[in-house]
Write a protein that binds this ligand. Sequence first.
Ligand code: ADP
Ligand code: ADP
Length: 228
Amino acid sequence: MSSIELNHIVKKYGDGFPAINDVSLDIKDGEFVILVGPSGCGKSTLLRMIVGLEDITSGDMLINGKRVNDLAPRDRNLAMVFQNYALYPHLTVFENIAFPLRLQKGKHTNEEISAKVHEASEMLELDEHLDRKPANLSGGQRQRVAMGRAIVREADAFLFDEPLSNLDAKLRGQMRTEIARMQRRLGITTVYVTHDQIEAMTLGDKVAVLKKGVLQQVASPRELYEQP
Ligand code: ADP
Ligand code: ADP
């Protein structure tokens, strides 16, 4: 069970206008939520508060029902899934996925690491590519390696911050399909930030629309589409 609950979250940088203003949002176990809105509306700020990289000015954040306002990122067990550039080019797919486990020195035997990496790579359909280096993978495969890292350390949720914004249209379309397919297959709670309307309307179960730090609306893509 992995839920994320935001209750009346406010973020002020200095004494300016709040970047996030009284945002409340329930993200249920396994749900794929898209956070959408124009540049500067506070999407990154909200995501960074969820992962714990930014302090919350006021309000409560609960993960699995537990208040996490003061917990460091490592104690929240959420995973930012970064684009290609976060993979280690000199390491194989296997070692890239194993990396978080190797960091937890002495916690896992080599056999355990191997078992976890193989399990994750099967779920992600990467088991035939374990000996490759990132340079020899497609964009979608690289994205899955990044997800694999989050899976081996049993992260409660994936957080994506505009993962496709620097790609060309063709690759963006391919990756969009890939991310949606994998999220459904894995059933991992996901928060996905974008300013792209197509991503917002096609990827998630639920779209949260943010404007100037205020949550305007939370609805399914279908409800948004059918709106007058
Ligand atoms: P988005 O991700 O939607 O583009 P951001 O969360 O980056 O929006 O920014 C929301 C608002 O907060 C903007 O007005 C931005 O200028 C401001 N902001 C973001 N980060 C900082 C910061 N570190 N210090 C001061 N203001 C910030
Ligand atoms: P530790 O404090 O144990 O070294 P990190 O702070 O490196 O751990 O990472 C903790 C969590 O925060 C991880 O889920 C990681 O993906 C995320 N994280 C770390 N740095 C960033 C960053 N610059 N932007 C977004 N997420 C990050």
